[in-house]
Structures are given as structure tokens and as C-alpha cells.
Design a protein around this ligand. Structure first.
Ligand code: SF4
Ligand code: SF4
Length: 262
């Protein structure tokens, strides 16, 4: 390590239970960061890692076992800014959605047998356990958002992250609406923007991988899908599969609410 690099801000890129998709996005963009940061720890990409304090820790994955929890607390204690990267870290994603539907002990017994000694926790986002400074959703995260969040934090500013719906980006792209024109079950109206309306820009429906937008109008979404001949429960369960928490659905009409809890 040369003298100049020790003067640079330090980052750590760590993972809990996840698919490593965010790590790949960060790795792909590391060359853009390296003039401005020192990578103190990135076990996915380098062998020499140090455990010292860092300015920014990017953490991927959800807390799904005691080791994840211990690791997360340690990362929190040594980091100035903690950024949850990816839907798993922000919402719990697929494993969080599965935990909302059935008991962890039942899943464990089904996969490993009833006498399994494996320790698991109900899969949860990082903010259920520690303070999180920035939540950067996506499955995986968007490169432009990642670089702009990092640039803000390096200048000591908390970044602005939009929680408006995907429809906003879709309209800015001047896409034809696949919900209206193709009758596809697009979840853009209740999903957080950030991907640049990737799927509708390719003529496909948004399936909600960014997690819910701010104050999503679930009842209106369900009604529109119902009117178009879709079973809103199937579609809303897709949102839940990406970790959307139950309380977002509790303001829905009695009928939908009862069925989604079934
Ligand atoms: S295609 Fe989907 S994201 Fe785009 S405007 Fe229509 S509903 Fe919204
Ligand atoms: S359009 Fe929807 S499903 Fe597609 S990448 Fe964006 S948030 Fe995910």
C-alpha cells in the first residue's frame, strides 16, 4: 500500500445471505472508484482485507443466520456510513418473502430434516437489526445510482434517492404503457423507481424487483389488475416475494386483505 492510498477514504464491501449480484455490480465499477477510495475489505474480490474502521461499508444480503447478525453488528460498529445494497439488504427479498409465508423451522425441517443442527433466523433486512444510513434497492442495484450514492457520501452528503414509482421513469423514457396498451400486469405504479424503467422499456411488465415505492396505492393497483382480468392476489404475492412487508397491504379492502393473508 503506497502512502497516497492510505490518505484516501476507505470502503468495505461485505455480504451476508444473498446471491452476490450486488458484489458483481460493485466489482464491475470498482475501476471508477479506485482513484478516490481505498478498498479496505472486499473478500469477494481480494485476498488481503483489513478489519479496521471504514468511511463507507456497502452490505449486500439479508440477515438470515446468527453469523450474519454478528458480522453486521461488527460492520456497523466500524463504519461511518452503512449502505444497504440490493433488495435483500433493503427488503429481505426472496428469502424474506418466504419467511413471511411459512415458519423458518418448517422450511429447515423440509430441506435438512427435523434433527438438523443448522442455525437460521427469520430472514430480515439490515435496518431491522442496525441503523442503516442509505438504502439502495434493486435486484441487482443500478450502476448510476450506486456511483451517485458513493459520490455523495464521499462528499459527506446523504444522497437523495427517489421513492417515486417506476411509472415516472417510464414516462420520462416516453414508453408506451404496457399495462394499458398490452394489458400486461405491470407493477410499475407501486414499485420504486431507480432501474430506469428497464422492463417496460423492453416491452415487458415490471414485476416489482426494486421493492415498493413510497406510499404505494395497493388497493388501486389490485382493482386495476382485477378489471383487466388478472387475479390481483397472484400479482400482489409477487411483490411480497421481493420482501414487501405485510403492513403495506393492510389498508387494502377487506376481501383482498383476507385472501392475501391466506
Ligand atoms: S408500463 Fe408500467 S411502469 Fe410504465 S407507465 Fe405503464 S404501468 Fe407504469
Ligand atoms: S422495471 Fe420493475 S422488475 Fe424491471 S428492473 Fe425495474 S423494478 Fe425491477
Amino acid at each position: 500500500m503506497n502512502k497516497e492510498s492510505t490518505l484516501l477514504p476507505c470502503i468495505a464491501v461485505e455480504s451476508l445471505t444473498g446471491c452476490a449480484g450486488e458484489l458483481l455490480v460493485i466489482l464491475e465499477n470498482l475501476d471508477k472508484l479506485l482513484p478516490f477510495v481505498r478498498v479496505a475489505s472486499f473478500p469477494f474480490a481480494q485476498t488481503a482485507n483489513d478489519d479496521g474502521p471504514v468511511d463507507i461499508a456497502f452490505v449486500e444480503g439479508s440477515v438470515s443466520n446468527p453469523h450474519d447478525l454478528e458480522k453486521l453488528k461488527k460492520i456497523r460498529s466500524k463504519s461511518r456510513w452503512l449502505v444497504a445494497v440490493g433488495n435483500c439488504a433493503v427488503w429481505g427479498c426472496v428469502q424474506g418473502g418466504a419467511c413471511a409465508k411459512c415458519k423458518v423451522s418448517d422450511m429447515l425441517a423440509a430441506v435438512y430434516g427435523s434433527d438438523s443442527q443448522i442455525e437460521v433466523l427469520e430472514s430480515k433486512p439490515l435496518s431491522d437489526h442496525v441503523a442503516v444510513d442509505v438504502k439502495l434497492s434493486g435486484c441487482p442495484i443500478n450502476t448510476t445510482q450506486f456511483l451517485s450514492v458513493t459520490a455523495s457520501l464521499l462528499k459527506d452528503h446523504l444522497p437523495y434517492i427517489t421513492h417515486k414509482p417506476v411509472c415516472l421513469e417510464c414516462k420520462l423514457n416516453e414508453n408506451p404503457c404496457v399495462l394499458i396498451e398490452k394489458n400486461l400486469p405491470c407493477l410499475g405504479p407501486v414499485t420504486a423507481a431507480g432501474c430506469g424503467a428497464l422492463c417496460p422499456s423492453m416491452g415487458a411488465a415490471c414485476y416489482g424487483c426494486w421493492g415498493p415505492c413510497q406510499d404505494p396505492q395497493m388497493d388501486a393497483m389490485a382493482t386495476i389488475l382485477h378489471e383487466k382480468g388478472y387475479d390481483p392476489i397472484d400479482v400482489i404475492n409477487r411483490l411480497k416475494s421481493f420482501g414487501a412487508p405485510d403492513h403495506l397491504f393492510q389498508r387494502m379492502s377487506f376481501q383482498y386483505n383476507q385472501e392475501t393473508q391466506a
